[in-house]
Ligand binder design. Sequence first.
Ligand SMILES: Cc1cc2nc3c(=O)[nH]c(=O)nc-3n(C[C@H](O)[C@H](O)[C@H](O)COP(=O)(O)O)c2cc1C
Length: 210
Amino acid sequence: MKKQRTLGHGLILGAFCLGFGIVLAISDSITVDDIAARALEDRLNSLSQVIPDNIHDNNPVSDAFTMKNERNKEITVYRATKEGKVTGVAYEIFGTGYAGEMKLMLGVDAQGNVLGVRVLAHKETAGLGDKMEVKKSDWILRFTGLSLGNPQPDKWKVKKDGGQFDQFAGATITPRGVVDAVRKGLQLFAANKMQMMDINASKTPMKEAH
Ligand SMILES: Cc1cc2nc3c(=O)[nH]c(=O)nc-3n(C[C@H](O)[C@H](O)[C@H](O)COP(=O)(O)O)c2cc1C
């Protein structure tokens, strides 16, 4: 009798654990799917902001290829084409901030001018280092139209370091990291322009930018 009751309790406990496990697995997979969907949505949103509509008649999201950047990291390059010609590209760039790596999207036209820069992910301090987000300030819009020669190379720094870019009040490390990331991103384009602008560009090994 006692043995049967113990067995009964064991079965109830087992069923309970199984049920709980299934609920956890389902909610975990929903959360993972949600996060992936949000990340994709953010990326598409940023892409449309750094590749203006008037320079392409293709869909840059599906016209993409991968390549290695100057740190040998694989990045996705989205291509804008109009009437069969490549008019610009957008790709991920990385900078070091106060709290770690910052991931951004850089759009560049065929002449190497910045079409736009947007932050994709960062861990900078809210209210202090997050002014590179376009919803917090217009600071990041000031890169638009610039190139490696404009401003001169020694001015691709924050003002505190003798350059032309404003730092944020009480926060120099974040903007310094962003300026550096954009400059390096433009160098990557300059060093690999032929391949990046090639309409047939595919997974060709890239030259290093210096
Ligand atoms: C809690 C805390 C959070 C901070 N977060 C940031 C940040 O996100 N970005 C940043 O540039 N500086 C941040 N700072 C300030 C930096 O430590 C540093 O003082 C500032 O960037 C000036 O840098 P500089 O001395 O190179 O000019 C933070 C400081 C503290 C105490």
